[in-house]
Design a binder for this molecule. Structure first.
Ligand code: BG6
Length: 286
C-alpha cells in the first residue's frame, strides 16, 4: 500500500459501464452497467486493508472456509494480500482488460510459513458490454506438486432475497453447511432462510441465472468457461446469522446473494511444477 494505509483502486470504463478493483485482495468492488450497480458491498465493509472486503468479488485461495490441516485464515491468503497491478493488457472499443498478480513471495511471511508452496496467481478482469469476466490463473512455480481450492465469491446485488429465483442447479448434488433449506421441488431455488450450500456441478455449460427482480437490469447470469470451476456455492446468512458478522450488520443481508463458482472440496485441484490451472467466469446483466 503506497502510504501504508489506504489501498489503491483501479477503475476500467467502457462507455457508461465501469468496474473498480482494489489492489488489496484484487477485490472487484463495483461493476456498473449503464450506471446500475450490479454488485453488493457492505456499508460496513472495511476498506483500509486490515480485513477482507465484505462484498464485491473476493478471491478465495488456497483454501475455502477453514481447513482442519492447513491452519490458514478462513478463505486463505489471496483476499487479504496486496496484489500488483500489471496494467491494461487489452483494449478495444467493446472491452478492456486489467491484470493483477500475486506471488508467494509477496504474501505475509507468517502465512507463507503455514502454506509454504511457491505460486503465481494472475487475475484478469475484463469489462465488456453488459458483462464482466474474471479469469484466474494459478501457476505452480515450485519443484513439487501441491493442491489448492479456489473460488470467486461474487456478492450479487438484490433488493429482497426472498423474491429472487436461482436457476441452473437442478441437477447439481450438494451439501448444505447450514442444513436450512430442503432441496427444491422446482427447476429453480427460492430462499426464505439462510443458505450455505456447496454444489458440485455436473454440467459446467449450464449458466447460473439469478432473477434479481431489480430494474432496469433484473437478470444476472454467471457463466463458467473452460475447465476448472466444478463447484458452485450459494450463501446468504439471513437475519439471525448476520448479527454476528460485524462488517455486515443487522440489515445488509437482504441486499445480496453470493453465487460463487469455485473448485473446492471434492473439486480441489492439484498442479504439477510449471503447470498452470485456469478458470474463468463471465457475469452478464440483462
Ligand atoms: C461462504 C461460505 O462462501 O462464505 C460461508 O460458504 C461463509 O460458510 C461465507 O460464512 C463468508 O465468509 P467470510 O469469511 O467472508 O465471513
Amino acid at each position: 500500500l503506497p502510504d501504508g494505509k489506504t489501498p489503491r483502486t483501479v477503475t476500467l470504463t467502457r462507455e457508461s459501464d465501469s468496474v473498480e478493483i482494489y489492489v488489496f485482495g484484487a477485490t472487484v468492488t463495483s461493476w456498473k452497467v449503464a450506471g446500475q450497480e450490479m454488485l453488493f458491498v457492505s456499508p460496513k465493509a472495511v476498506l483500509d486493508g486490515s480485513k477482507a472486503i465484505r462484498g464485491g468479488i473476493p478471491v478465495v485461495f488456497p483454501i475455502f472456509g477453514t481447513d482442519p490441516v492447513i491452519k490458514l485464515p478462513q478463505h486463505g491468503v489471496a483476499r487479504t494480500s496486496v496484489w500488483k497491478f500489471g496494467g491494461v493488457t487489452s483494449e478495444t472499443s467493446s472491452a478492456v482488460t486489467g491484470v493483477f498478480q500475486l506471488s508467494s513471495e509477496s504474501i505475509d511471511p507468517a502465512l507463507a510459513a503455514i502454506w509454504p508452496h511457491k505460486f503465481k496467481l494472475t487475475y484478469s478482469v475484463t469489462l465488456g458490454k453488459d458483462s464482466l469476466q474474471t479469469k484466474l490463473d494459478v501457476e505452480n512455480v515450485d519443484t513439487a506438486e501441491w493442491s489448492f481450492e479456489a473460488l470467486l465469491h461474487n456478492y450479487i446485488a438484490v433488493d429482497d432475497p426472498s423474491r429472487i429465483k436461482i436457476y441452473g442447479l437442478k441437477d447439481a448434488s450438494f451439501f448444505d453447511k447450514s442444513h436450512a433449506i430442503p432441496p427444491s421441488q422446482h427447476d429453480y431455488i427460492e430462499l426464505n432462510h439462510e443458505i450455505d450450500r456447496v454444489h458440485t456441478v455436473a454440467d459446467r455449460s449450464v449458466p447460473i441465472v439469478v432473477e434479481t427482480m431489480r430494474s432496469p437490469k433484473g437478470v444476472v447470469r454467471v457463466e463458467r468457461e473452460g475447465r476448472g470451476f466444478d463447484s458452485l456455492v450459494l450463501w446468504n446468512p439471513w437475519a439471525t446469522k448476520s448479527e454476528n458478522i460485524v462488517d455486515l450488520g443487522r440489515d445488509a443481508w437482504s441486499h445480496f446473494i453470493c453465487v460463487e463458482p469455485g473448485a473446492v472440496d471434492k473439486s480441489k485441484v492439484t498442479v504439477k511444477p510449471r503447470e498452470t490451472w485456469t478458470a474463468k467466469q463471465t457475469i452478464r446483466a440483462a
